[in-house]
Design a protein around this ligand. Structure first.
Ligand code: B12
Ligand code: SF4
Length: 499
């Protein structure tokens, strides 16, 4: 038995791919939830957000040496899995008695591979982590083993084994996220002035079946929503206690239950929280909600991402997306018509892809007219439904590259390098078109888009492309002037993102 309270250090991977870092610095909501339950079980807990601090594995080592944790936990989507292993190795090198644990979607499905290949990883938490970490803390304090904890995978006599899965948490409102453990000064949403940023969860899960997506698998096609009043109260608490002005919903589909979503909107309107909301949802829910989209905007929703994924019906069918091309266009029109920023992405790089088909998609994307569009590489997560049929085409198992930006799969008639270059060019081309036509937007949206342009130039993987574009003769003088004006307001970036 340990004589002091167990100490748990939760660490994010110091991983960056130059995309999302451009828009902001984002808090690790998953570790906030896990931390809350480790603490409630009696542990002393710290979150070390190496991703947002832009620190290195050496800095993580220093933090482990200073804090002397009993458990080091980290989180692995596919792209961060290699770094999560390094974090475990770092902890073990400092003190082999530290228990190392990895959670999140990649670890949930690839637990066997991780435990077989990596002796520095002791445990994998499969599925939701709150109750598993609490059980680990209690077992540690009681001097017991971890081998009866549901949802835990580990090695027995050197062989990876897994305990039976843990049922999903029945009541999301009973969870206790430890928002107070964060250093809030780190988190900001750059396109909004004074944009202290939170990530919040109003629902977990998705009942759809998109074949490239990990989330429907992770949640076993289930969906649970929180109570509207409690969710809105949490937003108000984050505003009052931590100065939050912008909140991104982590939910895959916050709108699944229309009555619950309407109740949230009504409460937000009634209480006038002053918080700007960024969200994603499905095209069909936007169409369903046509009559109440004004209330989205009134409630503070400023940015809606919908996954259009493809402009070809055949590809949409391959992706099992269950939407029609025309529906996507209509959903984007509706979001725009209500003054919200519309964002979408196109998933490219199917076996039939060619340079010409990528360019066609860009032309169609212009016609769809979202404010923002990203052209992403089809990335078969090893556990996605689409993975077996694409297996033969995968050219790398370097999971760091599984970030939707770097292609990992070769189309028939393009090299990987050609596809990468085309995707890059596609996003650049789309934004050039956008910035050359800003006159069509309202003054508020225009200003937002010029801020986006500045961020893309300074911080994103598209920097070179965007810099060339900003100097281009076709860029309207008014945009150049706004760009200079915004540049005058703001300090230089803390650290440039990796491309
Ligand atoms: C918020 C978010 C982000 C934030 C992350 C902030 C952060 N540090 O966590 C930002 C915007 C920075 C981001 C970046 C990226 N993201 Co992201 N992101 C999301 C999003 C929208 C929500 C994730 C979330 O918070 N869910 C809510 C929490 C509560 O659930 P959870 O994470 O599953 O956590 C639970 C369990 O998994 C488990 N658990 C998780 N970690 C741990 C750790 C321990 C120790 C334990 C015990 C348990 C445990 O317990 C948690 C509570 O129950 C999802 C899509 C979605 N709607 O889910 C994509 C998603 C996770 N992102 C994705 C990707 C690809 C990326 C990027 C690579 C994109 C890019 N090109 O830059 C980067 C990688 C950055 C990085 N270093 O991690 C993919 C991952 C796909 C995959 N299967 O690998 C997703 C699924 C989106 C998608 N398009 O498919 N992302
Ligand atoms: S892409 Fe979106 S709608 Fe499709 S399964 Fe994933 S989370 Fe659900």
């Amino acid at each position: 038995m340990t004589s002091r309270r167990p100490r748990v250090l939760l660490v994010t991977a110091p991983y960056h791919s130059g995309v999302v870092e451009a828009a902001g610095t984002w808090m690790p909501l998953n570790l906030v939830y896990v931390a809350g339950h480790a603490r409630a079980a009696g542990a002393e807990v710290e979150i070390y957000d190496a991703m947002s601090l832009f620190t290195s594995h050496q800095d993580i080592a220093r933090r482990v040496e200073e804090f002397r944790p009993d458990i080091v936990g980290t989180t692995a989507i596919t792209a961060t899995e290699p770094d999560s292993r390094v974090i475990c190795a770092t902890a073990k090198a400092i003190d082999p008695r530290i228990r190392t644990v990895i959670g999140n979607v990649h670890a949930t499905f690839c637990w066997e591979e991780i435990l077989r290949e990596d002796p520095s990883v002791d445990f994998v938490v499969r599925g939701e982590g709150e109750h598993a970490i609490a059980d680990m803390v209690r077992a540690l304090a009681a001097g017991e083993g971890f081998d009866r904890i549901p949802g835990l995978a580990y090695r027995r006599d050197g062989v990876p084994v897994t305990n039976p899965p843990r049922p999903l948490v029945p009541d999301l409102d009973a969870l206790q996220p430890a928002f107070d453990l964060l250093d809030w000064s780190l988190y900001s949403y750059r396109p909004s002035p004074e944009g202290r940023l939170a990530i919040v969860s109003s629902a977990r899960g998705c009942a759809q079946r998109c074949s490239f997506c990990s989330q429907q698998k992770f949640w076993a096609r289930s969906w649970r929503g929180r109570d509207p009043a409690r969710f809105v109260a949490e937003l108000e608490l984050l505003r009052d206690r931590h100065g939050v002005r912008v909140a991104m919903l982590s939910d895959e589909t916050p709108t699944t239950s229309r009555s619950r979503w309407e109740a949230i909107l009504d409460l937000l309107v009634e209480r006038g929280t002053g918080i700007e909301l960024l969200m994603e949802t499905r095209v069909d829910d936007i169409l369903r909600d046509e009559a109440i989209l004004g209330r989205y905007a009134q409630a503070g929703v400023s940015h809606v991402y919908v996954g259009v994924e493809s402009t070809s019906q055949a590809t949409l069918d391959l992706y099992q997306k269950d939407i029609k091309v025309a529906e996507s266009k209509r959903a984007i029109e509706l979001i725009n018509a209500h003054g919200m920023v519309s964002e979408t992405s196109f998933v490219l790089g199917t076996p039939e892809e060619t340079a010409a088909s990528v360019r066609e998609t860009v032309e169609l994307a212009k016609w769809y007219a979202p404010d923002m569009a990203f052209f992403l590489a089809l990335t078969p997560w090893p556990y996605a439904d689409i993975a077996p049929q694409l297996e033969q085409r995968i050219v790398t198992r370097d999971y760091r590259r599984y970030n939707l930006v770097e292609p990992v799969m070769k189309p028939d008639r393009m090299t990987l390098e050609e596809l990468h270059a085309e995707l890059h060019r596609a996003t650049g081309h789309f934004f050039r078109h956008k910035f050359e036509n800003l006159g069509a937007l309202s003054p508020g949206k225009r200003r937002f888009m010029v801020r986006v342009l500045k961020l893309l130039i300074e911080r994103s993987y598209l920097g070179d492309e965007m810099r060339r574009m900003a100097g281009h003769a076709r860029m309207p003088d008014s945009v150049k002037a706004m760009l200079r004006e915004i540049e005058g307001d703001e300090a230089p970036p803390r650290k440039a993102a990796a491309g």
